[in-house]
Design a protein around this ligand. Structure first.
Ligand code: PEP
Length: 252
């Protein structure tokens, strides 16, 4: 049985002071939902304070990005070991990084390997754009992203990864995919590619989340799908009652 997983991606929102208030408001309710693996991903500047607030609560902390090199002359970047000081997870390959920062599958693959080297769990994001979707290229794109993103990993490494299927057209648009549509992509393209690459056991063990305009109102539509194990939540993760209700809906 795969443990349900819900992560909140705060994106570039909240100062450290605001992050503290947000965590304090949500924490008591979130702590009661131990059946779900719960992760908060604030901006870098709030990782230290948020991880301190979450220590011993059962919730985890995640970064939203990192560099792949261990250290060095990379002005403005943050290394895997720096992230690891405060986090157990790191979001990699988010569509906003692919779009605005030109992150390629090959670069994301380097970051995934670097995360695994320091025992961070990657939350690896994939998904097709609107244009690709409309051109019936979803299968091709998603399969390529999985193959290139996870190239060279061992079965053991692959097993521990969390994948977020996030159709780009659904992110921040209020236009979520349908539960059955997302389930089909996860089953037919993501798990089948995992099976081809790493075998059936790994394909069955990897948690695959849906992301894209998840709210408390539509979360159950995704969580009742057999292939979907939770959600990566953007906008709604900044609204305490919404996020708490999404996490509660993920209990199996
Ligand atoms: C995201 O940022 O990963 C995301 C899914 O955003 P939203 O929930 O706002 O669509």
């Amino acid at each position: 049985m795969r443990k349900p997983f819900v992560a909140g991606n705060w994106k570039m929102n909240k100062t450290a002071e605001e992050a503290t208030a947000l965590v304090k408001e949500m924490l008591p309710e979130l702590q009661s939902v131990a059946a779900v693996e719960r992760v908060l991903c604030p901006p870098f500047t709030s990782l230290m304070i948020v991880s301190a607030l979450l220590t011993g609560t059962g919730l985890g902390t995640g970064a939203q990005n990192m560099h792949w090199e261990a250290q060095g002359a990379f002005t403005g970047e943050v290394s895997p070991r720096m992230v690891k000081e405060f986090c157990q997870y790191v979001i990699l390959g988010h569509s906003e990084r692919r779009t605005y920062f030109a992150e390629t599958d090959a670069l994301i693959n380097k970051k995934i390997k670097a995360a695994l080297e320091v025992a961070l769990t990657p939350i690896f994001c994939i998904g097709e754009t609107l244009e690709e979707n409309q051109a019936s290229r979803t299968a091709e794109v998603v399969i390529r992203q999985v193959k290139e993103g996870l190239a060279g990993l061992t079965q053991e490494q692959a097993k521990g990864i969390v994948i977020a299927y996030e159709p780009v057209w659904a992110i921040g648009t209020g236009l979520a995919a349908s539960g059955t549509g997302a389930n089909a992509v996860v089953k037919d393209y993501i798990r089948s590619t995992l099976e081809e690459m790493f075998g059936r056991q790994v394909a069955d063990a990897v948690r695959v989340l849906y992301g894209g305009s998840v709210t408390a109102a539509n979360a159950s539509e995704f969580f009742e799908q057999p292939e979907i194990d939770g959600a990566l939540v953007g906008g709604a993760s900044l609204k305490p009652a919404e996020f708490v209700n999404i996490v509660k809906a993920a209990v199996r």
